[in-house]
Design a protein around this ligand. Structure first.
Ligand code: SAM
Ligand code: SF4
Length: 322
């Protein structure tokens, strides 16, 4: 289905849970969050019902995210059932990778097509610092495992932060020499915990690209028209590097996505506070479709983070999913 600005909406991101086993400084409060009663969260049947309805409206791409989606018990069952839904041709997860090593085979055989793994640094101590206690080794093992079993393409999300990991940009690019990874440099967004960090830590993709170009011979790689990433390849390297630039080069014009929170609210835009409660209409298929259509139709034209230096969303990244 198209929204009122003519954008074809075919991509639903579903946050399965707002809790996480890490506490990234730009995302989660240090003490974590108060656990919601199970009754407030969508059950697997609810999620599948919403995805079936969305598929009838033309959604063909699903990404499970969170919080940390892999802390959800029996996620392989959800993946299997999602993969069986008619019309769903792409099924991915975004994960911090810490629990992926042991689950990767099971997820792949259940129908998961690919993974995005978040990794903001290649250094053990810095990883521990930014995630407030995480261990990088589990993430690195998971990346290797996904490559070895063909859970590909493996995309690595790197949120760039001035003075924290800008000194590792070249190391990240160098990883693509021998490994077929897509390293995606993401601009820090002023949302939730990052609102306070934004001024001091924001790094613009434009400047980063300029610096990389002064060191490596880069050529652009074509992307799909609804893609939010600009891709490049270093000559003769196996992998690619990408830039996701929601601030310096906002991609709202080609945005094809809507989001579902673990509490059952549809968010037509990551950075708007508008939500449509789908949980309350799960008992009525017609109303569910109507509300989904309303959500798609009312998707705002664009966010104004670049002008206002903050997101209009009052929900946090761990609640909405990345
Ligand atoms: N826990 C999973 C993970 O970290 O991949 C999935 C959820 S996390 C919210 C999804 C993505 O959002 C991660 O790649 C994370 O780095 C990114 N993210 C979180 N807060 C962000 C912010 N303020 N700006 C840019 N990216 C952010
Ligand atoms: Fe957890 Fe992902 Fe947020 Fe880090 S970015 S705290 S791993 S939800």
């Amino acid at each position: 289905m198209k929204d009122k600005y003519g954008r074809r909406i075919n991509y639903l991101r579903v946050s399965l849970v707002d809790r996480c086993n890490l506490r990234c400084m730009y995302c989660m409060p240090e003490d974590g969050i108060i656990k919601k009663p199970h009754s407030e969260l969508l059950r697997f049947e609810d999620i599948l019902k919403i995805i079936r309805a969305a598929a009838r409206l033309g959604v063909n791409k699903i990404r499970y995210t969170g919080g940390e989606p892999l802390i959800v018990r029996n996620i392989d069952y959800l993946i299997k059932k999602t993969a069986e839904i008619q019309g769903i041709s792409d099924l991915a997860i975004t994960t911090n990778g810490t629990l992926l090593y042991n689950l990767a085979d099971k997820l792949k055989s259940s129908g998961l097509k690919r993974v995005n793994i978040s990794l903001d640094t290649l250094k053990e101590d810095k990883f521990n610092q930014i995630t407030r206690g995480g261990n990088i080794n589990g993430v690195l093992r998971s990346i290797e495992k996904c490559l070895s079993i063909g859970l590909t393409p493996v995309k690595i999300n790197v949120v760039l932060m001035k003075g924290f990991n800008e000194d590792e940009i070249v190391d990240f690019v160098n990883i693509t020499r021998n490994l077929p990874l897509e390293i995606r440099f993401i601009e820090l967004m002023p949302i939730g915990q990052a609102e306070e960090l934004y001024k001091a830590y924001f790094l613009s993709s434009e400047n980063v690209l300029k610096n990389i170009k002064s060191i490596f011979q880069l050529s652009p790689k074509p992307t799909f028209s609804d893609s939010t990433v600009s891709l490049y390849k270093v000559k003769n390297y196996r992998g690619t590097i990408g830039f996701i630039s929601p601030i310096s080069c906002k991609f709202c014009k080609s945005c094809n996505r809507i989001r579902l929170t673990s509490m059952g609210n549809l968010k037509p835009c990551l950075h708007s506070d508008k939500v449509i409660n789908l949980k309350s209409c799960l008992g009525d298929d017609k109303l569910l479709i109507e509300n989904l259509k309303l959500g798609i139709y009312s998707k705002p034209l664009q966010h104004n983070m670049d002008l206002e230096n903050k997101s209009a969303s009052k929900r946090m990244m761990y609640q909405i999913g990345g």
